[in-house]
Design a protein around this ligand. Structure first.
Ligand code: BES
Ligand code: ZN
Length: 868
């Protein structure tokens, strides 16, 4: 393993060769796989050494233009193959390597999962398959010949178009796959195994027919309709909204149980974590159905933003990921509720990205250096990257933004581009009409280079005589590792004034790009001050600090015409009362006012707004609350949340019961219908379960019912209540789904996060459960992620929770560094806790660091950052 060196953006230089074609011959044998690679290489200038990447490859032969090389013509080390003096003229390098996918536990390169062989090459997995430059700016046409035993591997897939080809040897068969598009190695994929195919067809806007093929393990065919429908909706949306059409004759998706990530956009051969393909109302929750739809869309959208236009180097990762997340968010917003989607995305941003931006692993959307690139598939690259693009959209408006996208595609289709290329294309496209951009592009680029979440402070003064609201704005960003000094960002700040009967003036988009500024909003003269609604729709990814009278917040909650702002007004009150409780100083007046406001909202529910109401009733996450407390005290916050929930239940019992009886009509409606009703049911159950046995019985019976959404809502509602219904619900669920690993993972997670005095022992037991698969990242995340969400157990005062996680991370790291290094980030907030807790967590991190050379480069990098 050992530490990799640091890779720096400033060191970028193009690869000194062209690689127009790659030919692979993959022979799958019973105990190994033999890969012969032919690279057609063209030196850009004479005299360049040829350096190829290769990891854990057993090199069996090497030749140039059919002539075997002498031992003194090449040098092999841990990670590279160097030919110091290759020919100055174009030549073909042929290497043959032997691989052992059955013992590959890293889930990178070529590996086995449930009897099938599959690949994962992004970011640097292809070097585990063959010697290759393995960098995203080297684009080639690929031809792949796959040969295997016909009975064991009846399905042989790779990128592009496939044809069956004859084979001499008995019992074997072969396919040749030709991909007509040029692509980098990270988009290569192959799959071999016994898979069932579900076929459909899509006719593109220009009338071409595309064969859509889903490949799943036999027995799972009946769970694929939703994924297939989602794919078609994605294709249709990208044509309609972005004018982008699919370019090949077939599109394959394979579902794989053992997968580090959610899904992967390999050209025409997407590989998906099976939990993101197999889903229907009985086996997946509404939230999961929407997630499946959006991930299918995400990987599909990559065909243009990622594959046809790829990244010049991995520092540009957000070029494809941030943009594609923005696209999949817009897709979900269009198909479902834009308001609810925005709220969910912001809640997630605050709980994960803001936390990352405030800790030791903070980094810009475009980092300038890294050690292990796998560690940079972060919420900053993804979600903050998407917010940056959303701001461009907000600043320019839909039409000008779309002209920018068209310009980007026109300029860079078929190439490997940079984030600068993107930003410049957007600006060029947007200003084609001669209109100025409206903001400083150079300064806007700061969003790519500066880490940390800006703090936006707002003060307001109402001038009743003039009917003016004078708003003063200030921004600052705290120092982050390696970036002590920060400069002001371009912040699009959307504002409006709200009176008790609705919006009083036009919404105004202020481009706030200095340290401070004053803005005057005009209403009409009136004695009563209107409320100031700022950062509507969350127009910029900032932490908002606003001195605002309680009455204004309540007015916004009741009357703001922006649903996001209504939700955020409630959130600010939840935050205040929970933080006050956590420091043992409950704010009685605020709690009473908040509960009153909620009572009114519950009473005013109109049909079609169920989801919105349910999100309004969602309390802020613990991660978000922690970030607002200094020193952070997770157990105190957890107790505050539980106690406040009890109070809510007490005070709102009647309206909650009414809500519940009204919600039952939606229980059996098929998603997306009925979703809001089920969400409200979940809230009512959760709040009422603690001392209402009727409710607990109702929840229990849903565990055996036809809706996974309700079954899981029931488990969640019962989880914190120590009662017989809880034990019974858990037992029933486990029994019902024991043979469906994807579903049982939800049970593992629920069990691991269950508050109980013997939680740690219980979790150790789960790791020994006959259905627990330590090689499946889904299961590891369920149990270990579930445990870290078990606040009182993970944060136990004796440090046992921290030590346990350190042990587990070490164990996982020995086989799957990518998953282990992600898990190691659970310790990232250790410096924000009070002394005792901080010391205990530090001890756990140290126990990892002390393993030195045993750690993978990935985990080593994270641990070093945590301690810096
Ligand atoms: N390209 C990534 C998958 C990936 C990332 C594979 C890193 C290997 C290493 C893919 O497009 C992706 O972003 N997937 C996300 C889901 C998506 C909806 C944000 C994932 O896997 O979590
Ligand atoms: Zn992606």
């Amino acid at each position: 393993m050992g530490a990799a060196g640091t890779v720096r953006l400033v060191d970028y230089s193009p690869w000194p060769f062209e690689l127009p074609t790659v030919e692979l011959d993959v022979q799958i044998q019973s105990d190994h796989v033999s890969v012969t690679s032919q690279l057609q290489l063209e030196p850009r200038q004479p005299g360049q050494a040829l350096v190829l990447q290769g990891v854990d490859l057993q090199l069996e032969s090497i030749s140039i233009d059919q002539t075997p090389l002498n031992k003194d013509q090449w040098v092999l080390d841990q990670s590279t193959l160097t030919i110091a003096q290759p020919p100055d003229q174009p030549f073909v390098l042929t290497t043959r390597c032997r691989l052992h996918p059955d013992s590959n536990r890293s889930l990178e390169g070529l590996y086995a999962s449930e009897g099938m062989l599959t690949t994962q090459c992004e970011a640097e997995g292809f070097r585990r398959i063959a010697f290759h430059p393995d960098r995203p700016d080297v684009l080639s046409r690929w031809t792949v010949r796959l040969e295997a035993d016909q009975a064991r591997f009846p399905v042989l897939l790779s990128n592009g178009n496939g044809i069956s080809i004859p084979v001499e040897a008995e019992g074997r068969h072969a396919m040749r796959w030709i991909d007509p598009s040029r692509k980098p190695s990270y988009l290569f994929a192959l799959v071999a195994g016994q898979l069932s195919e579900i076929r459909d067809e899509y006719r593109t806007a220009s009338g071409r027919s595309v064969a859509l093929r889903l490949h799943v393990e036999p027995g799972d065919e009946s769970y694929t309709a939703h994924a297939m429908a989602s794919l078609k909706r994605s294709m249709e949306w990208d044509e309609r909204v972005y004018q982008l059409e699919y370019d090949l004759d077939e599109y394959n998706i394979v579902a794989v149980r053992h997968f580090n990530m959610g899904a992967m956009e390999n050209k025409s051969l997407n590989i998906f974590n099976s939990k993101l393909v197999l889903a229907d109302a009985e086996t997946a929750t509404d939230g999961e159905l929407e997630r499946v739809e959006s991930v299918i869309a995400h990987e599909y959208f990559h065909n243009w933003t990622g594959n046809r236009i790829t990244c010049r180097d991995w520092f540009q990762l957000s070029l494809k990921e941030g943009l594609t997340v923005f696209r999949d968010q817009s897709f979900t917003a269009d198909l479902h509720s834009a308001a609810v989607k925005r709220i969910e995305d912001v809640a997630m941003l605050r709980n994960t990205q803001f936390r990352e931006d405030a800790g030791p692993t903070a980094h810009p959307v475009k980092p300038s250096e890294y050690q292990a690139i796998d560690n940079f598939y972060t919420t900053t690259i993804y979600e903050k990257g998407a917010e940056v693009i959303r701001m461009l959209h907000t600043l320019l408006g839909e039409e000008r933004f779309m002209r920018g996208i068209a310009e980007y595609v026109r300029r860079f289709d078929g190439t490997a581009a940079t984030t600068e290329d993107f930003v410049e294309s957007i600006a060029a496209g947007a200003t084609q009409d001669g209109e100025p951009l409206g903001f400083d592009l150079d300064q806007f680029r700061g969003w790519y280079h500066q880490a940390g979440t800006p703090l936006l402070s707002i003060d307001q003064r109402w001038d009743a005589e003039r009917g003016e609201m004078v708003v003063s704005l200030q921004q600052s960003t705290a120092a982050t590792p390696g970036q002590p000094v920060k400069t002001p960002m371009v912040l699009p700040v959307s504002m409006a004034l709200i009176g008790s009967d609705g919006r009083l003036n036009e919404e105004r988009l202020v481009v706030f790009d200095r340290e401070s500024a004053t803005v005057t909003l005009q209403a009409a003269p009136a004695a009563q001050a209107p409320a100031l609604s700022v950062l509507r729709s969350f127009s910029a990814p900032v932490v908002l600090r606003q001195s605002r009278p309680l009455a204004d917040t309540l007015l916004l909650l009741a009357a703001d015409d922006d649903p996001f702002s209504r939700w955020d007004a409630a959130q600010s009150l939840y935050r205040d009362v929970l933080l006050a409780r956590a420091s043992d100083q409950p704010d009685q007046p605020k709690e009473a006012a908040l509960i009153d406001a909620l009572r009114q909202r519950l009473g005013a529910l109109t049909a079609g707004h169920e989801s919105e109401l349910a999100t309004l009733l969602g309390l802020p996450g613990l991660a978000e609350l922690e970030s607002l407390q200094s020193p952070a005290d997770p157990p105190a916050l957890y107790r505050a949340v539980m106690a406040f929930r009890e109070r809510l239940a007490e005070e709102l019992r009647d309206p909650l019961h009414q809500l519940l009886s009204a919600a039952r009509v939606g229980w059996t409606q098929a998603w997306p219908a009925g979703q809001g009703h089920r969400q409200l049911t979940a809230v009512a159950w959760t709040w009422l379960a603690a001392d209402d046995q009727e409710i607990r019985r109702e929840a229990l019976s849903a565990v055996s019912g036809p809706s996974m959404t309700l079954a899981r809502a029931a488990l969640r509602a019962l989880q914190p209540v120590d009662c017989t219904e809880r034990d019974e619900a858990s037992r029933l669920f486990e029994q019902r789904w024991q043979h469906k690993p994807v579903i049982l993972d939800a049970w593992f997670s629920m069990e691991a996060s269950m508050p109980r005095s013997d939680a740690l022992d219980h979790v150790r037991g789960l790791l020994q459960h006959p259905r627990f698969d330590p090689l499946a990242p889904n299961s590891l995340r369920a149990v270990l992620g579930g445990f870290t969400a078990n606040t009182l157990a993970f944060h136990a005062d004796d440090g046992s929770g921290y030590q346990f996680m350190a042990e587990q991370i070490l164990d996982v790291d020995s086989r799957n560094p990518i998953t282990a290094s992600r898990m190691a980030k659970v310790f990232s907030r250790w410096k924000t806790y009070a002394d005792d807790r901080s010391a205990l967590m530090h001890q756990a991190i140290r126990s990892l660091a002390d393993r030195g050379g045993e750690l993978s480069a990935n985990t080593q990098e994270v641990v070093t950052l945590l301690l810096s």
